[in-house]
Design a protein. Structure first.
Length: 101
C-alpha cells in the first residue's frame, strides 16, 4: 500500500473510527494484498509509511472476497473480467491469512 493510500486510510479511521470501516482492495498480486491487509490492521511492516507502528485494527478484504455481496450483474460488469487474469485463489488465501489471529 503506497504512502498516499496509507494516509487516506489513517485519515478515514481518525474521522469515522474503525468500528464500521473496512478497506476494500483490488490489487493483482497476492503478496501485495496480504501486506496491505497487515498494514491497515497492525501497522506498516516496512516502518516507512504513515501507518508505521499504528495498529488501526481495520478489516480488509479483496473485492473478490465480496463477490456474493455484490449484485451479479454489477460484479460481472465491473470486476468479472479481472477473475480471468488475476490469481483469485492466491489473493483470497493471502488476505485471509493476514486477517486470521
Amino acid at each position: 500500500m503506497d504512502l498516499r493510500n496509507q494516509a487516506r486510510v489513517k485519515e478515514s479511521a481518525e474521522k469515522y473510527g474503525n468500528r464500521d470501516l473496512i478497506v476494500i482492495l483490488g490489487g493483482a498480486e497476492a503478496d501485495v494484498c496480504g501486506i496491505a491487509v497487515e498494514t491497515v490492521s497492525t501497522g506498516d511492516p516496512s516502518y516507512a509509511g504513515p501507518l508505521s507502528e499504528i495498529p488501526l485494527g481495520l478489516k480488509a478484504y479483496h473485492i473478490f472476497e465480496l463477490k456474493d455481496e455484490i449484485p451479479p450483474e454489477v460484479y460481472e460488469e465491473h470486476i468479472g473480467f479481472m477473475e480471468t487474469v488475476f490469481p483469485v485463489e492466491d489473493i483470497i488465501k493471502e488476505c485471509r491469512a493476514y486477517r486470521s489471529p
